[in-house]
Design a protein around this ligand. Sequence first.
Ligand SMILES: [Cu+2]
Length: 198
Amino acid sequence: MQRTLAAAAAVIASTIVMSVAVASADHGSVTGTVTAKGVRTSANIVLSLRAPGLTVTPPKKPIEMDQKGMVFLPFVLPVVTGTTVKFLNSDPLPHNVFSPEGKYNLGTWPQGDTREYTYKKPGVYTQLCRVHTEMVAYVVVLDTPYFATTNASGQFEIKDVPAGTYTLVGWGERLKKFEQSVTVEDGKATTVNITMAR
Ligand SMILES: [Cu+2]
């Protein structure tokens, strides 16, 4: 009987230790607002946290970028290095995808067909269409799992970030690159308000 009680106590003790461990693994976040000057919107700005030794795991399934209503959707697509992007065409006419930085041209294809491209190096890849010269989008390839894109109000939230010191990097179309050191604490939100300019 005593042995059973001791065993039960041991189980309870280990359960408590486990729940404490889960609580302490409650990561922090970085939130804030970007004010973009000299451009018409503070939306679609990619904020990412950089630090030495960060590793990324690309998703098993491709991430989609559509061409619909004569625009690329989304306009800015942040992904981690190694991600495959599937380019769709939802319009009743042919579209093309090529990228000057990536030096790839996936061809021109009709509605319903798709093409894929795997991004092996970090960087910003402009997506253009040879058929419609006004079409433009960006695939932003990152060597960090911690990133977010600003909404229409310029707000962003990078979630589930382990405690530590990072370099917060901002990228937006036609804007100068932004960099600032930020410290993240577990269980807390670090708020950073940023101004970016052309
Ligand atoms: Cu097109």
